[in-house]
Design a protein around this ligand. Structure first.
Ligand SMILES: NC(=O)c1ccc[n+]([C@@H]2O[C@H](COP(=O)([O-])OP(=O)(O)OC[C@H]3O[C@@H](n4cnc5c(N)ncnc54)[C@H](OP(=O)(O)O)[C@@H]3O)[C@@H](O)[C@H]2O)c1
Length: 291
């Protein structure tokens, strides 16, 4: 087992941050930031932080906690939010991430940035790490801007592009799956596309990957993390409805997108598998873990 590290999770109160803190706190000392509500994990220190827009406040946060590793998991992965308010999205995913990198570099801390499959065009699918990223949407453009900055500037970073993460959130930070389950439980009409394809992966696998990255001191790589199953958002909802026993009459399929063309954002993660050294989970196995 590697040495204990001090890890700062920026956005540690969120759905992803909470899962990361839960797993990583078994081996390491974790400080998580929050702005509003959070669900405490025993042994994790929580600090209020609302200064992502301010270089000096980013710097004093990092100076105060002296982390060996900074994980940037702030901001929402909801593309609709980013389209609606691109400047707010940029403030967190780009400006905030860059300022936090500057602060981390001062201490020579490892910087782990959570990006997403939205950096790709959705034209071909099965995107590898060396494929050119041409984002179509505001969220992807912002994420890619941050990735480029980090790659050009940092000598100790890891960028992880994640497919949609399967997991339960907390009451204060529900996951997208929680939102879907709530809508299903209250018989709200749900309309999803059968042309938008991704390869979702259990959030536990992200925590394991970050654990391996820290343990092996892996540096200066862009890693993809997705699941074994490429599936449309409609079909995924069907699987989720079946897993949890919801009535499918409230679920309808849309054919949004260009005529006869799919939008496939799936990630090829074969390089990451070598690092993970674990068997990937089937979609059904991941969903069963959530029951
Ligand atoms: N969820 C997924 O499936 C998925 C997939 C790929 C990548 N990611 C990436 O993972 C990261 C976290 O996603 P998530 O699903 O965990 O989102 P989330 O549940 O909404 O959590 C977001 C976290 O960021 C914090 N935050 C938001 N705006 C902030 C600001 N201006 N200043 C400081 N903190 C701020 C939130 O704190 P408060 O709530 O207290 O404001 C919260 O701790 C995002 O960068 C996302 O793009 C997520």
């Amino acid at each position: 087992m590697g040495a204990l590290k001090k890890i700062l999770i920026v956005g540690g109160s969120g759905f992803v941050g909470t899962h990361l803190a839960g797993l990583l706190s078994r081996k390491h000392s974790i400080t998580s930031t929050f702005r509003g509500e959070f669900t405490a994990i025993p042994g994790v220190e929580y600090v209020y932080f609302n200064g992502i827009h301010d270089k000096d406040r980013c710097s004093s946060l990092v100076q105060k906690h002296q982390p060996d590793v900074v994980i940037f998991s702030a901001g929402s992965n909801d593309p609709a939010k980013a389209e609606k308010d691109p400047s707010q999205s940029q403030l967190v995913h780009l400006t905030g991430a860059n300022q936090m990198l500057t602060a981390a570099e001062y201490l020579k801390a490892k910087y782990i940035y959570l990006s997403s499959d939205w950096v790709f065009s959705g034209i071909d699918g099965n995107f590898g790490e060396s494929d050119t990223a041409i984002p179509s949407y505001a969220l992807g453009k912002t994420k890619l801007g941050a990735e480029n900055y980090i790659r050009n500037r940092s000598v100790n970073h890891i960028i992880i592009r994640c497919a949609p993460l399967l997991g339960r959130g907390t009451l204060d930070h529900p996951s997208w799956l929680d939102h879907l389950r709530d809508a299903a439980a209250f018989h709200k009409p749900i309309s999803l596309s059968d042309r938008s394809i991704r390869n979702p992966v259990h959030v536990r696998e992200l925590a394991t990957l970050i654990d391996r990255v820290i343990e092996g001191d892996v540096r200066n790589k862009t890693l993809h993390l997705g699941g074994l199953t490429r599936i449309s958002e409609y079909q995924l909802a069907v699987e989720i409805f079946e897993t949890f026993g919801f009535d499918r009459k409230d679920l309808t399929m849309t054919k949004s997108g260009q005529e006869n063309s799919n939008q496939d954002f799936s990630l090829n993660y074969s390089r990451t598998l070598k690092l993970l050294k674990t068997e990937p989970l089937l979609l059904k196995q991941s969903l069963d873990l959530l029951k």
